[in-house]
Design a protein around this ligand. Structure first.
Ligand SMILES: Cc1cc2nc3c(=O)[nH]c(=O)nc-3n(C[C@H](O)[C@H](O)[C@H](O)COP(=O)(O)OP(=O)(O)OC[C@H]3O[C@@H](n4cnc5c(N)ncnc54)[C@H](O)[C@@H]3O)c2cc1C
Length: 530
């Protein structure tokens, strides 16, 4: 039986936070803000949300793979951001899809797109629905909306052990990829944070960033070739290890967020399962001391699998601590060789920047579960579950991410921090918090991942939240960063993306859209105008 995901928030219904976890999280927040407790809104039940009746019915030929029942439409209405959970907790879903289609093959997708074309419906490709940028939420103002979920296209079709690659369908969730590779020596290891409930097609369409902090950070680096079904036909790019033959067709679809077509399968690069690992955590007296070490490690060409620098006060989402130190999660992995030399050199660099290793660098099976590194990993997996509890209490606990080159990093970090704190104070009438971690590290700059904290007025919390997130995101672009490093553009980032990209590029993208989707039915409102 399929494990039931929550329709109103992140994760599965059977894995909620325990009362003890919730108490340990909310008590320090209440105490910091001088509150005696929180007014907690209960999560919504499906019968509390009145959905508009579906405005179209599937033709007989598609009845077996199209659903229009309220629960299915509700589950496909929003992504998994704070503002999505907020609207669910407000029992407000004014614009659900009219139908959700579940193709089992490319031929099904073609038939569904033909149906959308015939009835004038827009089509929204849907993977795991873990978008946090309104990527799968129907744009208002269209008469008919069909969401196309790839959930049944979930197979690893072929493994090429010589070139170390696999042909995989677009609708497969992360863990199911690894399950299907279990009997091979290979792994894909694109462990992004939403890995458990997101799909290969979604990763490709959003250019997702995985757990590799250096070198192969984005899904782009894994994709060898792909198949895409567009409204005017299907195409397949050629499997090549590299190519200098003109602009890359793969690059056109990587990050296309469902506006050009549906990624039905891809050949992705695999690697041998790691047999050697070395992991430790290093404490620095300050975030910027740690950033200096991280930069030098990235520029030394050491390429650790994990190189995440966290402000120590970023203990739990929204919880304010006063610790000024920073913690670096440092790990190397290899299927081929021991890693002492790499770890040794990285620790030398850390020491030069005032860092102290908190545990001995551990070699062996799964050492990341031990010590602070293990605690960080567990928190990384549990953290998304706090969002719904923050929403239920009117607590601001959410993130935004950007990237910046090293030479502008310190003033950029200071400016964004100041703007965020000023905005929280202006919007909520009291001080809030912001912390930063560096999640992906390049020789020329880091990805800055900010976490906001504060207390909202529950009566107007959605407006307050949107005002804060919008101001922070606008600031990242205004001060030279990107509107998103790995969370995609969707509908939320559209205004900022419009400012970031060159206008002539927007024209070229519109041209590509016209060629592949002449009627503009694919996910309108995302990336470019409907
Ligand atoms: C708790 C949490 C943690 C997250 N952590 C990360 C992270 O570490 N790294 C990261 O990059 N992102 C992260 N995200 C964001 C999100 O998981 C990614 O954007 C992910 O790649 C979306 O995959 P999905 O299958 O859920 O796609 P969906 O959310 O279903 O869709 C996302 C977009 O892709 C399009 N799309 C989906 N499937 C296809 C397809 N087959 N063909 C064409 N278009 C398609 C949709 O139309 C939509 O525009 C996180 C989100 C959450 C909720």
């Amino acid at each position: 039986m399929r494990r039931q995901k929550k329709f109103y928030a992140w994760g599965y219904a059977d894995e909620d936070l325990t009362p003890a976890e919730i108490a340990a999280w909310e008590a320090p927040i209440a105490s910091h803000y001088g509150l005696s407790g929180f007014d907690v809104t209960p999560p919504p039940r499906p019968d509390e949300i009145a959905l508009r009746a579906p405005r179209l019915a599937a033709p007989a030929a598609l009845e077996a793979i199209v659903r229009t029942d309220p629960m299915t439409r509700l589950e496909h209405s929003y992504g998994k951001a704070w503002f999505d959970a907020c609207r669910m907790f407000q029992r407000s879903v004014p614009n659900p899809p009219d139908a959700v289609a579940f193709p089992e093959s490319e031929a099904d997708i073609v038939r569904i797109l033909d149906w959308c074309d015939a009835v004038g419906a827009i089509a929204i490709p849907y993977g795991g629905g873990s978008s946090v940028v309104q990527g799968i939420e129907p744009t208002a103002g269209f008469d008919h909306v069909v969401t196309i979920s790839l959930r049944h296209m979930d197979k690893v079709l072929e493994v090429d052990p010589v070139s170390q690659a696999a042909r995989i369908e677009g609708g497969v969730y992360g863990p199911h990829i690894e399950d299907q590779l279990r009997d091979t020596p290979f792994t894909m290891r694109h462990y992004m944070q939403a890995y458990r409930c997101s799909t290969l097609g979604g990763w490709i369409a959003t250019r997702s960033g995985g757990h590799y902090a250096t070198l192969t950070t984005h899904i782009d680096d894994f994709v060898e070739s792909m198949r895409v079904v567009t409204p005017v036909g299907a195409l397949e790019t050629r499997r090549l290890p590299g190519s200098g033959a003109g602009p890359s067709p793969d690059r056109m679809f990587l990050g296309s967020e469902g506006i050009l077509g549906i990624v039905t399968e891809a050949w992705v690069r695999l690697r041998k399962k790691p047999a050697f690992r070395a992991a430790t955590s290093v404490r620095f007296p300050s975030f910027h001391a740690g950033a200096g070490a991280v930069r030098e490690i990235a520029q030394a060409g050491l390429y650790p699998a994990n190189l995440r620098l966290l402000e120590a006060r970023e203990a739990l989402p929204g919880v304010p601590w006063s610790d000024e130190s920073a913690l670096l999660m440092l790990a190397f992995e290899s299927a081929d060789h021991p890693l002492d030399a790499w770890m040794g050199r990285a620790l030398e660099i850390c020491r030069d920047h005032g860092g102290t290793a908190e545990t001995d660098a551990l070699e062996g099976d799964n050492p990341q579960r031990a010590g602070p590194a293990g605690a960080w990993r567990d928190k990384f997996i549990r953290a998304p579950h706090y969002t719904e509890h923050a929403v239920a209490r009117g607590i601001l606990a959410w993130t935004f991410e950007t990237a910046m080159t090293w030479e502008r990093f310190p003033p950029f970090h200071a400016t964004i921090t100041r703007i965020a704190l000023d905005t929280i104070r202006r919007v909520t009438g009291r001080d809030g918090t912001i912390t930063c971690r560096l999640t992906h590290i390049y020789p020329d700059g880091p990805c800055l991942y900010f976490t906001l904290g504060g207390i909202l007025d529950k009566r107007i919390m959605l407006d307050q939240f949107m005002a804060i997130l919008t101001a922070c995101t606008a600031a990242t672009v205004e001060h030279g960063g990107t509107t998103t490093h790995h969370h995609a553009v969707g509908r939320f980032h559209r205004p900022f993306y419009d400012k970031q990209r060159p206008e002539l590029f927007a024209r070229a993208l519109r041209g590509a859209k016209r060629a592949l989707d002449p009627k503009g039915m694919m996910n309108p409102g995302v990336l470019i105008d409907p």
